[in-house]
Design a binder for this molecule. Structure first.
Ligand code: SIN
Ligand code: FE2
Length: 231
């Protein structure tokens, strides 16, 4: 058992990182715990990003509000409203630019992409997702970016979640991947347009002596950082 940190959750041994350094251009790459040592800094930066552009539940074109609250940092930010999905240089709520991409974010994204076999990934957009118990993200493709040659890097912080990893078609079978605090997943290449989503966040996380539904680093939330090359 290696390096179990005091703030890891649940406090059980972690399998050693999977697939590290073995880039797979046609399937998702799971880098277990890659972001764990940077987590405290990443969470401080999320607070700064949200001070510039607060978390909000955006409306999808169909008219309903998303259960996941979102904000962005970087040159471009992903937004949705009744007129559709797109990237913008400014927060539509304030008219101000999104917060700059924190250095710790960019460095982690570039390193994770490289470990998954995608060199020189330089994200210009980071969507920050905040889930409360019950929040979910339906199956979708990430297809608002200009260049599908660039991968997606996705970092999980706080409460655990089940990632849904589908296929090229919405109705293809879905794999359920448990994601924990500090896990990073990368997909690109032939897998870049695979359907994916997040199952409803559990209302009762395992307790192990802690408070149900609470993570020591994030309280009652899961945060997800999704890095893209959008422009
Ligand atoms: C997303 O697909 O944008 C979010 C994925 C996640 O929260 O893990
Ligand atoms: Fe996505």
């Amino acid at each position: 058992m290696t390096g179990l940190r005091a703030d890891s959750y649940p406090p059980s041994p972690r399998p050693s990182p999977t697939k590290r350094g073995r880039g797979s251009k046609d399937d998702i790459v799971v880098l277990s715990g890659l972001a764990e040592s940077a987590a405290a800094e990443l969470l401080r930066e999320i607070e700064r990003v949200a001070a510039v552009a607060p978390f909000r539940n955006m409306v999808v074109p169909g008219g309903h509000s998303m259960s996941v609250a979102m904000t962005n940092c970087g040159r471009l930010g992903w937004v949705t409203d009744r007129s559709g999905y797109r990237y913008t240089e400014r927060d539509p709520l304030s008219g101000r630019a999104w917060a700059a991409m924190p250095r710790a974010f960019g460095e982690l994204a570039t390193r994770a992409a490289a470990e998954a076999g995608f060199g020189e990934f330089a994200p210009d957009a980071c969507l920050v997702n905040r889930y409360e118990p019950g929040a979910r993200m339906g199956l979708h493709q990430d297809r608002n970016e200009a260049d599908f040659g660039q991968p997606i890097v996705s970092v999980s912080l706080g409460l655990p979640a089940t990632f849904l990893w589908g296929g090229a078609k919405r109705r293809d079978p879905v794999r359920r991947l448990p994601l924990r605090h500090g896990d990073v997943v990368v997909w690109g290449g032939a897998a870049r347009l695979r359907f994916h989503g997040v199952a409803p966040l559990g209302r009762q996380a395992p307790t192990f002596g802690g408070t149900p539904g609470m993570h020591p680093a994030t309280g009652g939330f899961r945060f997800n950082l999704t890095f893209r090359r959008a422009g």
